[in-house]
Design a protein around this ligand. Sequence first.
Ligand code: GAR
Length: 208
Amino acid sequence: MKKIVVLVSGGGTNLQALIDAQHRGEIPNGEITCVISSKEGAYALERASKAGIASRVLARKSYDSAAAYTDALLSALQEEQADLIVLAGFMTILDEKIIRCYENRIVNVHPSLIPAFCGEGFYGLRVHEYALERGVKVSGATVHFVNEIADGGPIIMQQPVAVERTDTPEILQKRIMEQAEWKILPKVVQLFCDDRIEVADGKAYILD
Ligand code: GAR
């Protein structure tokens, strides 16, 4: 059984999608054992508590330096014996030290079709603001492994979503969450726990 640690910073709807998938028995080879939030009072913590999942708060502002924060987060992940780390709306960029320790064992959900609207500065609602400004007709979500390049790791799964003329960033965000993020994130976690994701030459492939 793989131990899944979910890192959050906000509302935690993607965490909820994972909890729901677990309750439906869709992740038979994995268990969410801990939720770590970078923000005190994040609603995601409430979701963890309601589901009986242990949680920790590691707020960046409680540490003097980025290096001290990285060390604390790394210790927490090691204490939790994480097999898979899921970034589910985690708004702090992970230091290379952590990425190196967990190569191809950290996945992130991003609310666009990478390589569009990604990289530093593209997070949350801003991604959808840029997409609408550019006038794209299709956006969507991507789940990828995390490497040292922001949103640059091997792409595991993508789901396109239509953009409507009347969309606001909030409306588009909600549609992409409902039609893409909440579906592909639990699916990727299931596949990872079933040992069905392979990385070769920097690209991810799903095994039959
Ligand atoms: C989600 O849309 C997620 O894709 C995005 O933040 C939101 C978190 O929502 N993540 C990023 O933009 C990361 N670059 P949630 O807390 O309700 O899951």
